[in-house]
Design a protein around this ligand. Structure first.
Ligand code: SF4
Length: 328
């Protein structure tokens, strides 16, 4: 495993709300992405995935904690941030929204070069990016407009727009959610190819554990602003330990768990994080009494935050700690 390229430690993002309330959208997250690996960040809508991604991109300033790239802390000054944004690129979910309908594919892909004032070999770099994204021969697409492309080709053009700056890490927010099932596999295969050919690191945000299974090397499960379980994707999804992860995995078509566990209740408001373990109000293990050995802990202390450790399977749950005999 390569050393982490992009690292977050103790990352927190708060939003002020009317009445002086504070929403802790991201709350004490440790997360690493190494070159040549794909990390899936999964969880329900509203759990903080997108805010975490925006913080990692430098689009949202962290309230607490640190972000480091290549071992260097992220600085929010103009030039340092601009350079960081060349290295860490975003791929948006909806290619139609990401592409200006009045811009040709060439101009859309060249835009990043122009923003960063990279004039050298513009045509070559645009052609290379289109080709890497699978739009070949690239010249055929230079003068195309987004409406002349299929959904899959539009997403490839968006990916080319990220690749043109030759980033080291991409952060892809639900990269295939808006695509037909027939082209999803092609885009996922493209991301895998970019990982292997360019040694690219990627954080793929998804609510779809099946997608995570097919593409990721590691997975981090997020609940109410915090990572509650993370580890190699195969270990986490075949042997989920946190009651929240178990509920998510239990409803997959090929779940290794014997029966579905339907999550009760709604995701709580990030301005009203439950005391003790934040998952407690929805935790079947706690409610059923199977967590009785640690009930006091469940009520009294949040078992996180979870330290990142690239190869380890880590779980933020008091019950898991008791069952596995792990160190507190
Ligand atoms: Fe459930 Fe307790 Fe584990 Fe939280 S710490 S997930 S309440 S068993």
């Amino acid at each position: 495993m390569n050393p982490p390229l992009l690292s977050a430690r103790g990352l927190g993002v708060d939003f002020g709300l009317p009445g002086g309330r504070v929403a802790r959208a991201v709350d004490g997250v440790d997360l690493d992405v190494a070159s040549g690996e794909i990390v899936a960040l999964a969880g329900e809508s509203g759990c903080g995935k997108t805010t975490l991604a925006r913080a990692l991109l430098g689009l949202e300033r962290a309230t607490r904690g640190t972000i480091a790239f290549g071992g260097e802390p992220l600085r929010y000054s103009g030039r340092a941030l601009k350079s960081y944004r060349r290295d860490v690129q975003l791929i948006l979910q909806d290619p139609s929204g990401a592409l200006n309908p009045r811009h040709t594919v060439y101009d859309a892909v060249a835009e990043g070069l122009r923003i960063h004032r990279i004039a050298d070999k513009e045509t070559e770099r645009v052609a290379e990016a289109l080709s890497r994204a699978g739009l070949r021969p690239p010249e055929k697409f230079f003068s195309s407009y987004p409406h002349e492309l299929s959904g899959g080709q539009r997403q490839r053009a968006v990916i080319a727009g990220a690749l043109v700056l030759r980033p080291n890490v991409i952060i892809a927010d639900e990269p295939v959610a808006s695509l037909d099932a027939s082209v999803r596999g092609e885009i996922l295969a493209l991301l895998l190819r970019l990982r292997d050919e360019m040694d690219l690191g990627a954080l793929v945000i998804t609510h779809d554990l099946g997608l995570a299974w097919s593409i990721a090397d590691r997975i981090a499960i997020m609940y109410l602003g915090r990572i509650v379980e993370q580890g190699p994707v195969e270990r986490v999804l075949t042997d989920p330990q946190h009651p929240y992860t178990r509920a998510l995995v239990s409803v997959l078509p090929d779940s290794p768990l014997p029966e579905p566990m339907i999550l009760s209740g709604e995701l709580p408001d990030a301005a009203r994080i439950p005391s003790g373990c934040r998952f407690r109000p929805r935790c079947r293990a706690y409610a059923s009494g199977s967590a009785s050995a640690v009930a006091g802990d469940c009520e009294g202390a949040d078992p996180g935050p979870l330290p990142s450790e690239a190869s380890a399977h880590r779980v933020a749950c008091h019950l898991h700690r008791v069952e596995r005999g792990a160190e507190p």
